[in-house]
Write a protein that binds this ligand. Structure first.
Ligand code: DC
Length: 223
């Protein structure tokens, strides 16, 4: 059996990683795995237990009590200790605290084990912050996405509005900046562009232009 192909997409919060990842997975006929969902699952688990996400000791102490299961299909289904949490991991409270949870090395180790196990079994498009640098440094293709901050905030606000959530642009921008700072400055696996990643700035690209640009690169390196 040929070894699985991993396409890694890293970048800042809300810069279109999941859109590109989903589009590429569908074009290539492989699954998409959103690695952030696993950090969100850990964050939700802590919040459900009443643990403050900045209480690192309590987070680490309770980590073994969590079993995360995921299933890849038309959508990513996430279970915490047998209970489906697919929707709850998107709650604003989780979005607020997930970066604080993801700085904890023990959390990263737990999530990475799951990601690597799945990546060994099947070809995937995976998005996150450290996929091309740490989780799969040998990924077949690596993209690093970026976009203008205001454009990212506007896109995220539109996405939230389409889910019926009204939130001011200032608040969205504040959350993005907060997460960017924590994700890029943490000690363990900070967000950075891998040396062999292709940088895509999608500020002025629409969804299909972004997909075609990424596909043209994939064709180039596989020819
Ligand atoms: O992609 P997202 O916004 O759902 O990710 C949630 C958080 O998880 C994000 O703030 C940083 C963290 N994360 C990470 O540290 N490493 C990854 N590979 C994916 C996400």
């Amino acid at each position: 059996m040929p070894s699985p192909i991993i396409i890694a997409i890293d970048g800042h919060s809300a810069c279109g990683k999941s859109t590109l990842a989903r589009d590429l997975a569908s074009r290539l006929g492989i699954h998409y795995l959103d690695s952030g969902a696993l950090y969100r699952a850990v964050c939700l688990y802590c919040l459900d237990l009443g643990i403050h996400p900045e209480d690192r000791h309590a987070v680490i102490h309770n980590l073994d009590g969590l079993e995360i299961q995921i299933s890849l299909g038309d959508y990513l289904k996430v279970m915490n200790n047998g209970q489906e949490v697919t929707e709850r991991i998107r709650l604003p409270e989780v979005t607020r605290w997930v970066s604080e949870i993801s700085v904890v090395p023990e959390v990263r180790r737990k999530v990475n084990e799951i990601l690597r196990r799945i990546g060994k079994q099947q070809s995937l498009v995976m998005d996150g912050r450290d996929i091309g640098t740490v989780v799969f440094p040998d990924a077949s293709v690596k993209f690093f996405l970026t976009a203008d901050k205001m454009v990212r905030a506007q896109r995220r606000q539109n996405e939230l509005q389409s889910m019926g959530r009204e939130i001011s642009l200032e608040k969205v921008l504040e959350n993005l900046e907060h997460r960017d700072t924590i994700d890029s400055t943490r000690e363990d696996s900070p967000l950075r562009c891998a040396e062999d990643a292709v940088l895509i700035d999608n500020t002025l690209l629409d969804r299909s232009e972004q997909l075609e640009l990424a596909m043209s690169y994939i064709r180039l390196i596989s020819s």
